[in-house]
Design a binder for this molecule. Structure first.
Ligand code: SF4
Length: 63
């Protein structure tokens, strides 16, 4: 299984929630966040990042 992370950068308001709940794969870069990896073997805390994002701009798809 491959887990793909999609981040809609234009929607990101830079609140920092994703980096707070999932520092393994999210960091802040200026006034936005960014995923360190967009393809992973397991979703891990990216699921928490997805559910904690207030503007729903993180999408975790397990394929
Ligand atoms: S939780 Fe969402 S809005 Fe907040 S920094 Fe992360 S991606 Fe951006």
């Amino acid at each position: 299984m491959v887990v793909k992370i999609k981040h809609e950068l234009e929607k990101c308001i830079g609140c920092g929630a994703c980096a707070a709940v999932c520092p393994d794969n999210w960091e802040m870069a200026g006034d936005k966040s960014k995923p360190l990896k967009t393809e992973l073997a397991e979703a891990g805390c990216n699921k928490e990042a997805e559910s904690s994002c207030p503007v729903n701009c993180i999408h975790v798809n397990e394929e």
